[in-house]
Design a protein around this ligand. Sequence first.
Ligand code: ADP
Length: 549
Amino acid sequence: MLSTMQDGPLSMAQLVRYGTTAHGDSKVTTWTGVGSRRMSYAELGRRAAQLAHALRGLGVTGDDRVATFMWNNTEHLEAYLAVPAMGAVLHTLNIRLFPDQVTYVANHAEDRVILVDASLLSLFGPILPTLTTVRHVVVVGRTGTGDQALPAPKGVRVHDYEELLAGQPERFDWPEPDERSAAAMCYTSGTTGNPKGVVYSHRSIWLHSMQICMTDGMALRQSDRALAIVPMFHAMSWGLPYAAMLVGASLIMPDRFLQPGPLAEIFAAERPTLAAAVPTIWQGLLLHLEAVVPPDRPSPLSTLREVMVGGSACPPALMRSYYERYGTHITHAWGMTETSPLGSIARPPVAASGHSEWEYRFSQGRLPAAVRGRLIGKDGTEVDWDGRTEGELEVRGPWITGAYYRDDDPEKFHDGWLRTGDIGTLSPDGFLRLTDRAKDVIKSGGEWISSVELENHVMTHPAVLEAAVIGIADERWSERPLVAVVPHEGQHVDAEELRQFVAARVAGWQVPENWTFVPEVPKTSVGKFDKKRLRALYADGQLDIVRIG
Ligand code: ADP
């Protein structure tokens, strides 16, 4: 029997219409470096309509790709709304990829139009001639003094964003495409191999946004002022912009001001209630606040109800520091570009308290109802959710990708499940605890050592700012851990002290004997520890290794 229910499409058109009318008074704020500029969602809706008309005028039809090469700001949000709602496909380019990767990604997606922040023109200019499908470049904002016109290759026209929007109608008859059609795309940051494209549908964005707003999701709500530090090109800013349209949460955009000092100013001036970023951002901000805000001064974080962290394992010491110093909980979530990205979120069960509550918080959290998970053990069979037996996490669900865009990668899919490449356990009550990425885990004498676990132990040492662990070849054990340590400025700690510190916390055979001290751990384009580069530095003999034990 078929249901009697209507089949209303979950379209971006409806999301945009709703967000910019029902929540017309909510605001997007963009930091300018010296203050902020604000726009209501009603105005945002009018500008999105103008942008859609302008893009039609440039010949954008059907599922043409419109790319952005931008920071998090109001105009980027305008593109977030206009492009999918007009039926085209928004492609958020990662401005921090190597130039040849940007070329690869934009050509692979066949981007027709690119919106570029003026402040990124010096980065974008040299890339433009390598883009084979781009016909129009739209420059957003002014570069200020010494404004340089962007030299356009043959066949490419350069426009000014505001000039393009001026005079366009403020309403657009948003189409209602099939909810399964493409709305936006994002490429993985290419930690392994070439970046691969993930294409989100109107439907997947809707369902994912609803999950973000659920109380046990990110609990995004109308009264929130959400500071989206996570870039709009990093897995769609973890879903915050679209979820904000659903509930009318206001958004605060940091533009290019992502260093700890400017972030602290944004916190003080804009008083966000929620903020989202990778662990390295929170680490940097913590150090800055400790250095500049005396303990007797009010905390600039006092309005934060919580902080969302993900993208890589959040060190427990960092979570504790924020709670102890500022009363702010860092909420740990796991996800991937491939999972929209929200895959799990660590909301401890109500009965948990004290030590047990913290253990739940340190985990990657519970998978939501719509995301199914399973663990595949070393022998290729499913392992139990017993909280002990490790396996590779595989997931499936309505906002999990089932393929890559025009890229055959059978290794990543398994009977319709996405292979995450993450190793961990699931507890009977559905909590995911990741031990490591499959490619980072250290295979020592037939046993596995978690690089993340070692890092977390080393990073609890008071003299250590950052620690990253990689496996290095070892004749006897096949691989052994090498720890790259960044001490806090002005502090000294030696390898022997750290070795003893770790030895008190892990089994003897896991204690690393290889140590190196570095000025900083290299980071990926989205701010994670770049272990690929660390391995390359080691292979090139550029690390001074202290061997002890
Ligand atoms: P890339 O794979 O290019 O780094 P993503 O941002 O999509 O790009 O990364 C997804 C991966 O990030 C996951 O597969 C996982 O390894 C890691 N990750 C994300 N969140 C967490 C977390 N909370 N704890 C541990 N690892 C995480």
